[in-house]
Design a protein around this ligand. Structure first.
Ligand code: SF4
Length: 318
């Protein structure tokens, strides 16, 4: 048996078998990665689609996805690539990814769509080459990873969007196949190493109890109340038939979050997602869908009142 220590599942993998994520294999007693560089999906996306709103706003990100995941969310939007693997998929080397990102004129590479952290070796190799080429690294992840790997992973990234799917241990464990403590620890680790934004999908009756929301917001504020939070509306998908989140619930949770955190955005609702100066209320970044206009000239402070901002317009000027 080989034990994988990457994530809290601590899979004991028998020879010739793979762990719960379906991508990490015991071959002859050694950890083998048959899906190193196996790309399930790719695209050139607005960085806002990740969602990342406060890092390189208005730019396009060269985005790649992989196969497999170490969680089992019944509402997964990308279950066709996260809950299966394809043996004969397209492979790319890290240098090919960086070359294509450069040719596309993208200032960042995003590791996204499925769960990139179970492909940590490939992400780290790619991120190292990207940094040398002056390209930023962005990860979109469930954050379900052990501390040592989290430190390495987020140190290699420039920005991360991490799902905080609930603040209930039992829900994480029994319905999503995850571990809340590991995710909390990852958020804290990431926030010390790169730009971080969080996403919480509000699933009716599952994670929207007022007390749970208070605890979740309090946890984020305890790390940094300037971490942007994306409150996302749930729709039935994959195995989940729970009706979509009511707008009344979305609005009240968003309102409460805005009383505790500095930057709160609604996702999947069509609501305005402009970034306002927290001090004087001036519109700094205007968003209409994925059309983005940066209205503030200064990269660091509000042009109107001089308040110090928490977003990075241009990675290359830092
Ligand atoms: S990364 Fe995959 S193989 Fe490793 S412990 Fe997690 S689920 Fe198991």
């Amino acid at each position: 048996m080989l034990e994988c220590t990457l994530c809290p599942h601590s899979c004991k993998i028998a020879p010739g078998k793979r762990g719960l994520c379906a991508v990490r294999e015991n071959r002859g007693g050694e950890l083998y990665l048959p899906f190193y560089g196996a790309i399930s999906s790719g695209g050139i996306d607005p960085i806002e689609k990740k969602p990342i709103f406060h890092f390189l706003p208005g730019t396009r990100s060269f985005s790649i996805g992989f196969w497999g995941c170490n969680m089992r969310c019944p509402f997964c939007q990308n279950y066709e690539i996260s809950q299966r693997v394809r043996e004969n998929s397209v492979h790319m080397s890290p240098s090919q990814v960086v070359k294509k990102a450069r040719e596309a004129g993208c200032p960042s590479i995003s590791y996204t769509y499925s769960e990139p952290l179970v492909h940590i070796e490939f992400c780290l190799d790619c991120a190292d080459l990207a940094r040398k080429a002056g390209i930023a690294n962005v990860i979109v992840t469930n954050g379900m990873v052990n501390t040592g790997a989290a430190e390495e992973l987020f140190s290699a990234m420039d920005a991360a969007n991490i799902d905080l799917k609930s603040f209930n241990h039992d829900y994480y464990k029994n319905e999503l196949g995850g571990n809340l403590d590991a995710v909390k620890s990852s958020i804290a680790t990431a926030s010390e190493r790169c730009h971080v934004e969080l996403t919480t999908l509000i699933v009716p009756g599952k994670n929207d109890a007022p007390e749970e929301i208070e605890n979740l917001l309090g946890f984020i504020a305890g790390i940094d109340r300037n971490i942007p939070l994306h409150i996302s509306r749930y729709y039935p998908n994959y195995k989940s038939q729970i009706p979509e989140t009511a707008m009344k619930s979305m609005d009240s949770i968003t309102k409460r979050a805005g009383e505790i955190l500095t930057y709160v955005y609604q996702g999947n609702t069509g609501a305005a997602a402009d970034t306002l100066c927290p001090h004087c209320g001036r519109t700094l970044i205007q968003r209409n869908g994925y059309r983005v206009r940066i209205l503030n000239d200064d990269e660091y402070c509000c042009d109107t009142c001089g308040y110090e901002l928490h977003y990075r317009v241009n990675f290359f000027h830092r």
